[in-house]
Design a protein around this ligand. Structure first.
Ligand SMILES: Nc1ncnc2c1ncn2[C@@H]1O[C@H](COP(=O)(O)OP(=O)(O)OP(=O)(O)O)[C@@H](O)[C@H]1O
Ligand SMILES: [Mg+2]
Length: 632
């Protein structure tokens, strides 16, 4: 693996390693943008068969330890693990559990403190040349060249790995189709949306076909439709005998893995087929009918000692019971005691194994003063439009958000969500139309409105060289907090977001989930009236995601208005209303329930939020195609 120097125009350090191989690739492109498959169908079609025990071992670690600092507990603690060929091994665990450290050890980028690693039977520390040509590694933040176009980035990585001629062209065709970046081949990587960058990074990592593929959170920020296509593509590679290690915070993906290694504080706490862990909560998962105040009822239920986890799901809440608890204890939360057992998910077992959700109130919301619920509009977009050259990123978008409302903006990668956010926050000038926050036009008097706004950018935008504490100090100063108010705000944030153990660490080197916690803390410190959260939970573990939502819900109860984007469809359920954007246009706007109802059909009697998202886009595409045909 050649190591490139980090230059300013690269998004980040790290780069894939890969082989020179001239195999043809038999993977299908998975090009259908909208497959419309149901979740369970997807699992059935995608699940790779094959008994791992019969497969070759590609990686074996014994008593593997990695310590970064003597005084701190090791990042990886006596790990025994095995990765077979022809299978996907999932790597899951809460933020900071040691997933990236393991990936980097396997790629030969870190030296172990103790224990052994064998990759293809070789030791990565003493025989790296035997290994590097045979593995592909996609780090969490892939090293794209921002000043190069999409196709130039692909060409560069193909060259580095000796993929040439027809094989190269076939590989580009397949990857551009999967990523839906064909239309944007000439666009500079720096001008892509967050998810499009992630997909281009993946495409670069998949340009050649290694024997072992290490993917560190490849699907962070990738929209649900592309995630399905990504899985199909990787499963195609696996069918050809490649071994994959896939780390993820999306636990629905873990259900698709052949086996999973669950890490917690550097230790392995589970290793086996995901279903084995899921089975531990069988008979403990219930859906309760709750027609009104679902967020409040959920918060109340979560305080009950009998409940370890819970989420809102349409006009229901879904709860996981503590081992040994009976459902009698939760009946009272349901309308007319309407409660039914439902199938468990890996995520339920994950949260349960890690001890369930903490029984805490939101410290952030607790201290926040009450705002008046006057029912007025706080955010107003009117014909909001933004062009980049001839390309229209946001196209005549109109909506308004009332005080104390949670408004979710959903849409595929590159739909225009972040562009809309930036205009609403006064960070980007609209080409036409208006954006008003708290009655103030951001084009003319941005700074007046900005004091009342908290903005969490999609891309980590704090000072990477400053420590966690320095960032908190700095932002509290920027927001004009002083004296006792400043100290107490900082302390509250440290405690609320569990940053105690990281205060001295440079924030640029934090695990992804902790970067997000710090960014959220900095956006909230000055008690803003209006919060813009652009993918706050991307790359964050499920327990912390629930805590983020506990804060958001608590703030909204105090009269704060929230606009949020997410690619976790279960989180869309917390929103009062959802705007769905696609190709710059707002194509649907309603409550989650009404949107779901709008796509209900005999084939889809109980659509999930993900089904709903896919169906609405599919219908729009069909109508748009029809429209274009009529105009010809
Ligand atoms: N400075 C720019 N120059 C050219 N095109 C741009 C620029 N900024 C954004 N775009 C394009 O505008 C479109 C919308 O980008 P945006 O970041 O708003 O998408 P998004 O909906 O937030 O996507 P994601 O889910 O991936 O974050 C994309 O096609 C992007 O490449
Ligand atoms: Mg975005």
């Amino acid at each position: 693996m050649s190591t490139m120097s980090q230059s300013n125009n690269r998004t980040n350090a790290g780069q894939p390693v890969g082989p020179r191989r001239a195999q043809s690739n038999r993977t299908s492109s998975g090009s259908s943008v909208v497959s419309g498959e149901r979740d369970s169908d997807l699992r059935d079609t995608l699940r790779t068969s094959g008994s791992s025990s019969l497969l070759n071992t590609l990686v074996e670690t014994n008593g593997l330890v990695k310590s970064f600092r003597e005084e701190a507990p090791p990042a990886l603690d006596h790990l025994d693990a095995r990765v077979p060929a022809g299978a996907i091994t999932g790597l899951a665990g809460p933020d900071g559990a040691g997933k990236t450290t393991l990936m980097r050890l396997l790629a030969g980028l870190l030296l172990p403190t103790a224990g052994t690693i064998r990759v293809f039977g070789f030791d990565p520390t003493t025989e790296p040349e035997e290994i590097r040509a045979r593995i592909g590694y996609m780090p969490q933040r892939f090293g794209l060249y921002e000043d190069l176009s999409v196709i130039q980035n692909l060409r560069l990585y193909a060259e580095l790995r000796g993929v040439i001629g027809e094989e190269r062209e076939a590989s580009f065709e397949r990857l551009l189709t999967f990523t839906d970046l064909k239309r944007f081949q000439e666009r500079k990587a720096g001008a892509l949306s967050g998810g499009m960058k992630q997909k281009l990074g993946l495409a670069c990592a998949l340009v050649s076909k290694p024997e072992l593929l290490l993917l560190d959170e490849p699907s962070v920020g990738v929209d649900p439709i592309s995630r399905r296509d990504l899985w199909k593509m990787v499963q195609g590679l696996v069918a050809d005998g490649i071994g994959v290690v896939w780390s993820t915070a999306y636990l629905d993906e873990v259900e698709l893995c052949d086996s999973v290694i669950l890490l917690h504080e550097g230790k392995k706490i589970f290793d086996g087929p995901p279903k084995e862990l899921t089975d531990r909560v069988r008979t403990r998962t219930f859906q309760l009918k709750v027609t009104n105040n679902r967020r409040k009822v959920l918060a109340e239920a979560l305080r009950s000692p009998a409940v370890v986890d819970g989420v809102v799901q349409g006009d229901h809440i879904r709860l996981v019971l503590k081992e040994g608890s009976s459902s009698d204890g939760i009946e009272r939360f349901a309308d007319d005691k309407q409660l039914r057992p439902v199938a468990p998910r890996f995520e339920d077992a994950f949260v349960d194994t890690l001890g369930g959700l903490p029984k805490e109130e939101s410290l952030v919301a607790g201290m926040m003063p009450h705002r008046q619920h006057d029912g007025g509009s706080v955010i107003e977009a009117n014909g909001l439009t933004r062009r980049f050259g001839n390309f229209v990123a946001t196209d005549h978008v109109t909506f308004s958000v009332k005080r104390s409302e949670i408004f979710g903006l959903l849409g595929p990668n590159g739909a225009g969500k972040s562009t809309t956010f930036k205009m609403l926050c006064g960070l980007l000038k609209p080409s036409s139309g208006t954006a008003r926050v708290a009655g103030i036009d951001l084009r003319t008097s941005g700074s007046a409105a900005r004091n009342r706004i908290g903005y969490m950018a999609q891309k980590f935008s704090l000072y990477g060289d400053l420590s966690v504490r320095q960032n908190l100090d700095f932002f509290s100063g920027v927001y004009g907090l002083q004296g006792e108010r400043r100290t107490s705000a900082i302390d509250r944030m440290i405690h609320a977001f569990g940053l105690e153990n990281y205060l001295g660490n440079p924030s640029g080197q934090l695990p992804l989930g902790f970067k997000q916690r710090l960014a959220m803390a900095c956006a909230l410190m000055h008690e803003p009236d209006v919060l813009f959260l652009d993918e706050p939970t991307s790359g964050v573990d499920p327990i912390t995601r629930r805590q983020f939502w506990l804060h958001i819900n608590g703030l909204v109860d105090k009269g704060v208005t929230v606009m949020v984007t997410t690619h976790f469809m279960d989180e869309a359920e917390y929103c009062d209303r959802i705007g769905l954007v696609y190709r710059g246009k707002l194509i649907a706007l309603d409550t989650p329930e009404s949107l779901k109802r709008s796509v209900q059909s005999p084939d889809l009697p109980e659509p999930t939020m993900e089904d709903t998202f896919i169906q609405i886009i599919k219908r729009f595409d069909a109508a748009d195609g029809q429209d274009k045909t009529n105009r010809r």
